[in-house]
Design a protein around this ligand. Structure first.
Ligand SMILES: Cc1cc2nc3c(=O)[nH]c(=O)nc-3n(C[C@H](O)[C@H](O)[C@H](O)COP(=O)(O)OP(=O)(O)OC[C@H]3O[C@@H](n4cnc5c(N)ncnc54)[C@H](O)[C@@H]3O)c2cc1C
Length: 451
């Protein structure tokens, strides 16, 4: 499995300026699937590595796929206006926030089956069971290729339970818009920032979609992982992809760990410690796609309500909120969704007010709020294609610039299979347990010192 970009994915018969960015500059494609989902001619489909592919004979050059593409032109001012009728973009990592809560699903299957506290699923289920929507657009691992994810329409409580958990891999989520447009009814959606950017553009272009998608829940995102991450991790453990029936990025006890569910039902843990302390940083440093490296939206800035992990630690450095999710309410629509779910008993939520003791996501704020903008600006100045956000260039100290360089170098090394494969083989082996322990010790020490 390669990570080489810029291979031609169509012959060039169609004017590329009418198409989504993948057909001009593959490295800018977010693989959100939006172009595939809206194409009125069905000329686009999901191709290798989840990039779109074009049937040139069916394309009429209508330009819709270009208009909804969230790869290149992602003006935050435009998105802010589309989402909140206001061009004033908040300049902090969390974005526009009216209320902050932590919470959990009151349904225990959802709470303990979720990545955090099952809040996303509780919000969706509340709408479904009360007849507010006919289905919910969510994800699962594929039956035919369980190392890859897909989006689908959940219509039952069981479907929703099966969709739970985080799939930290690229999924062309919005390709499902094709099915939404082809069916009657209303739907709720839970999506990552790049999916939501594409969705906001699609809602602008296709009025019919506005009726069909009244409820949008956003997920935080520190970056997805390449589509080849699962096969490579399995290979380090000498497991063949066709030996598994499912794959979990955060299975088992909170906060969960990467696990392979074998065809005979055996569950195999694929690393030590948990996802947060024993895998996340390694994988995100080696498998983050190029486009995610230049994404500046980590908190789903343009959602009505945004859900994240609740990583807050206590004074001893221990997590305070196991099996909880953090909830950012951004506008009245998001507030109505949350209040409805709480009033109907689907969700328990605690309003945190402005209490600074609950602040979290420091590392992610640095990654998305500083490193990524610096990377975008550095690449832009070197003539490399980058997304356009319409934001002022980031200011930083020499040390911050050096840190961004170091992080970017590691990401660059991740392009080479030999490097990432051997690093991951070591980092997920028992030989790396001391590293995990040192990291945990440093983290606790830092916490107890700064509090
Ligand atoms: C790629 C990715 C990166 C993330 N990065 C961060 C982060 O840096 N910091 C942070 O706090 N939180 C992050 N999250 C969100 C976090 O992991 C949880 O999804 C969130 O806290 C909700 O938990 P829950 O228990 O309320 O949701 P659950 O009830 O477990 O529901 C999870 C929902 O997420 C959907 N989902 C899972 N994977 C995908 C995907 N690839 N694309 C679209 N939808 C998906 C499922 O379909 C389901 O609807 C990330 C999630 C993903 C998928």
């Amino acid at each position: 499995m390669s990570s080489q970009l810029n291979t031609p994915i169509y012959s060039g018969k169609i004017d590329p300026s009418q198409l989504s960015v993948a057909f001009r500059e593959l490295s800018l494609c977010a693989r959100s699937g939006t172009c595939v989902g809206v194409c009125p001619e069905g000329a686009l489909s999901i191709g290798p590595d989840y990039y779109p592919q074009l049937n040139e004979d069916a394309c009429t050059e209508c330009g819709l796929c270009r208009k909804v593409c969230p790869g290149q032109d992602v003006s935050f001012e435009n998105l802010n206006e589309l989402s909140f009728n206001d061009v004033d973009v908040s300049d902090n990592f969390d974005g526009r926030v009216e209320e902050v809560h932590v919470g959990y699903a009151t349904n225990e299957t959802f709470r303990y089956g979720g990545a955090g506290g099952g809040v996303v699923t509780a919000l969706l289920h509340d709408l479904l069971k009360n007849g507010d929507v006919d289905g919910c657009i969510v994800t699962r691992m594929r039956k035919d290729k369980p190392w890859l994810g897909e989006s689908f329409i959940a219509r039952t409580e069981e479907d929703l339970a099966a969709s739970q958990g985080s799939r930290y891999t690229v999924i062309p989520f919005n390709a499902i818009l094709k099915d939404v447009l082809a069916s009657d009814g209303k739907y709720a959606i839970a999506a990552l920032p790049c999916h939501l950017h594409g969705l906001r553009f699609a809602l602008r272009e296709i009025p019919e979609l506005r009726e069909k998608l009244p409820w949008i829940v956003g997920l935080f995102c520190g970056g997805a992982l390449e589509t080849y991450v699962v096969p490579e991790l399995l290979e380090t453990k000498k497991i063949k992809p066709d030996e598994i029936q499912d794959f979990q990025f955060r299975g088992g006890d909170w906060p969960g760990k990467m696990r392979a569910i074998m065809k005979d039902g055996e569950i195999r843990d694929l690393h030590y410690s948990n996802y947060k302390d024993g895998a996340y940083n390694y994988f995100i440093g080696l498998y983050m796609p190029d486009r995610c490296q230049t994404c500046l939206d980590g908190s789903n800035l343009f959602s009505d309500i945004s859900i994240s992990d609740a990583w807050t630690r206590d004074k001893q450095g221990n997590y305070k909120f196991a099996y909880h999710s953090r909830i950012l309410v951004r506008n009245n629509h998001g507030k109505a969704l949350l209040e409805k779910a709480v009033a109907r008993g689907s969700l328990h939520a605690q309003n945190l007010g402005n209490d600074k003791a609950y602040q979290t996501h420091k590392q992610q704020t640095r990654r998305k709020g500083l490193n990524a903008p610096l990377r975008v600006e550095r690449r832009r100045q070197s003539g490399i294609a980058v997304p356009f956000y319409g934001l002022p260039a980031a200011e930083a100290t020499a040390q911050e610039k050096l840190t961004e360089r170091a992080v970017s170098s590691l990401l660059w090394f991740g392009r080479f299979r030999f490097v990432r494969f051997n690093l991951i083989r070591f980092l997920t082996s028992s030989a790396a347990i001391p590293l995990i322990n040192i990291r945990l010790w440093l983290k606790k020490r830092k916490y107890t010192k700064t509090r």
